[in-house]
Design a protein around this ligand. Structure first.
Ligand SMILES: [Zn+2]
Length: 126
């Protein structure tokens, strides 16, 4: 006996399409920023909290330097690896600071440019 109403079926289909699309984008793993930050906490918080804010920030800056090196070398595989490292260290820093990275990003960039309020941005500076 099926008791799902049409609007629920429509919502279910739309949700499944979205999940399938996201699954393809993420290579089989559907991960939101908050979930990724939680994973970093489970993996590294015990070390990150001992290392502290400023040493962890230093690691983040070092990874940004490595990203810059990959850019200068036009190293596509290196770029992919370094953006992942930068994001992971940013998530670690946020864990120590008790900042929700997803909430911070989305609350500032919620559909339009935070400066000019337009999409795409029409600010005069680069
Ligand atoms: Zn703008």
């Amino acid at each position: 006996m099926i008791s799902i109403k049409y609007y629920n079926v429509g919502l279910l289909v739309a949700t499944l399409r979205y999940l399938i699309k996201m699954n393809k984008i993420s290579g089989g793993h559907l991960v939101h920023i908050r979930e990724f930050q939680k994973l970093m906490k489970e993996l590294y918080y015990h070390r990150d909290s001992k290392r502290g804010i400023f040493k962890t920030f230093t690691w983040l800056v070092q990874e940004i330097g490595e990203l810059g090196r990959a850019l200068l070398d036009n190293d596509r595989e290196g770029l992919k690896e370094e953006v992942g490292d930068v994001f992971a260290w940013l998530a670690s820093l946020c864990n120590i600071l008790d900042i929700d990275l997803e909430e911070s990003a989305v609350s500032k960039y919620h559909g339009v440019c935070p400066k000019c309020g337009e999409k795409p941005c029409h600010c005069s500076t680069e």
